[in-house]
Design a protein around this ligand. Sequence first.
Ligand code: ADP
Ligand code: MG
Length: 628
Amino acid sequence: MTGAFSLFARNRLALAGGILLTLVVLLALSAPLLPLADPDVTNTSQRFLPPFSEGALLGTDHLGRDLLSRLLWGTRLSLAVGFAAAVIAAGIGAAIGVIAGFYGGRLDNVIMRGVDMLMAFPYILLALAIVAALGPGLLNALIAVAAVNVPFFARNIRGITVGLAHKEFVDAARLAGLSRPQIILTEILPNVLPVIVIAMSTTIGWMILETAGLSFLGLGSQPPQADLGSMLGEARAALISHPHTSVVPGVMILVIVMSINLLGDGIRDALDPRLKSGALSRPMAATRLARSSTPPEQKLPGVLAIEGLETEFHVGQRRLRAVGGVDLAVKPGECLGIIGESGSGKSVTALSVTGLVASPPGVITGGAVRYQGEDLIGAPYSRLRAVRGREIAYIFQDPLATLHPLYRVGDQLIEAIQAHQKVDAKTARARAVALLRDVRIPNPESRIANYPHEMSGGMRQRVGIAMALANDPEVIIADEPTTALDVTVQAQILSLLDDLRRSRDLAIVFITHDFGVVAQLCDRVAVMYAGKVVEEGPTDAVLAAPRHPYTARLIACVPELGGGRRRLEAIPGLPPAVDRLPEGCAFADRCTKTRESCRAGPIPLTQEGARAVRCLYPETQAAREVAE
Ligand code: ADP
Ligand code: MG
C-alpha cells in the first residue's frame, strides 16, 4: 500500500487534483461554521452586486442572495448528491455484475439482457424519463443519475468476475467446501474491489455533472435550495448582463470535475498492480548504462567474453546488486554451464549480454561484454538490434510466455528469419520447415500451421530452440530451457543442443540449477552465488573435486540414482539479500569453515591452472579424504 501511495504522490497532476478537491470539500463541509449570510434570504435592493462588494465577496444574484454563501452550500449539496449517486450505482451495479458473472448461464443471460436494454436508451433521456416519472426533486434526480449508471458498473464488474470465476483459487475454495455466497465474499469481492473503486473514482465527476444538468433543467433541486446546477440555471437569464452569477457556479463545477478526474486517474494508476513495478515509465529499448570508467582491454579469450559485469536494479532508494562483477567466456563449439540457486543472478547476467534487462529498474554499472572483441555494452541500439537473435540468440525457460498465442508457430519462425535476412516468403517458409525438422519435430510441414497451444510443452520448447537457431547465431544463451520439461524430453533437447554445437560450432551458455544437466552437456561450469562467480573450471574436475564450500554443499544436495541411502545435506540458511550484501564472503553465514578473515573484505577469484575459486580456505583433496 505504501508503494501505491508513493506512486500516487509522484503523479503531480493527481496530487494537485487531490489537494484541490480536499480544499473544496473542506470549504463545503465548513459552510455551517463560516460567518456566511443565509443562502436563501432574498434582498431585492441588493440585486446583482458585483464581486468584491461590501458584505458580498462574490456579489449577489438576481434576488440579492449572497453568492458565496449559495456557492458553498450548493457545492455541499452537489458533492453529496454526486457521491451518493456514485456509491449507489457502484454498489448495485457491482452486485449485479458479480452475481451475473459468477453464476453464469441463464441467470447471467437474463440479467445482462436487461442491462443491455437500459444501455440502449440515450443516457440523459433515460434520466429525464425517470425524473419525469418520479417528479422533480433532488432525491429523484439522485435516483435517476444512479440508475442510469448502474449498467456501466454491472458490465465492467461482470467481465472481471467471469474471468475470476474459473481461476484455480476459486476452484480450490469450492473444493474446500465453501458455499457460493462465501466464495463471492471471500474470493471474488476482494479481487473486484479495486476495480470498483477505480471505476467509481473515474465516474464520480460525470455523476456530479449529470446531477447539475438535471438541476439546470429545473428537475433537480427546487428553489430556493441551491445546488451548482440550479444556480447556473437561474443565472441563465442574466448571462450577458451579469456574467459573474453564472461564472461563479460554472468555475466551481469545472474545478470539482477536473480535480476529481485527475485524482481518479491517479488512483487508477496507483491501484493497478501492473503499473506498480515502474511500468508507468516506458521501459527503454536497451538496459540503461551508467559505467563510471571505460573497461580495460579484453583479457579472456573467446567469442563471447563477459568481464567484470555489474548489473544493478535501482528501486527507489535501494540498490539491488544482482550481478556484482562476473567474468565468463565461451569459445566456439564450447558449452559453458552456469549453475546456482534461484536468485543468484544467472538470468540477469544472461540478459545483460545484449542489454535485455528491463530499464527501469535495471542499470549496468560496470564491466564489458565482448562479442568477437567488440564491447556490446557501449554499443548503439541499432548494433544491439542486429546482434540480438542474429549473432547471439536466446532460449528462454517458458516457451508459452515467449511464443505469441494468437499466431501460428510457422509464422513466428518466418518472422524471426525475416527480421534479420532479406529472403522472400517462400524461402523463409522452407527454412522454417527445415528448422522444425532440425529440432526433430515430426511432420514439420503440417506442424508449421499449429498454434502454440496445439503443441506439447516439449514441442514448444523445441520451437523456441528452432527460433534461436533461425539466423545461424554464433552464440546461444539458454536460460533454464529444460527446467519445465520431463526427463525424456529434456534428454532429447540436450542431445539436440549437443549435436548442434558440434555440427555448427556454436558457443553455448547453458544456465541451469541441475548438476545432472551440466554433467551431460557442459565442458566447463561456473558456479554463481549472490551475483558472483564463486568457482569455475572443467565440469569433470569441478564435479569430482569441488573447491568452494558452496559448490561442495550444492553437489551434496543432489540425490544419486542407485547411490544407496545417504543423508541429503540441505544447506541451512538463505542467500543474502542483494541489497545488503556483506563486505566479505557472501557465503560466510552458511559456511561451516568461516573464519574472521572471511568477513574482512572482498574475496578475490584465485586462478589455479584451469580452475578458479573465490575462497580463502578452499576444500582440498586431503581434507576430503579425512572427512570420508
Ligand atoms: P536467477 O539466478 O534465478 O536467474 P535472477 O538473475 O533472475 O536470478 O535474479 C537475480 C536477482 O535480481 C534476484 O535477487 C532478483 O530478486 C533480482 N531481480 C531480478 N529482476 C529484478 C527486477 N526487475 N527488479 C528488482 N530486482 C530484480
Ligand atoms: Mg533465472
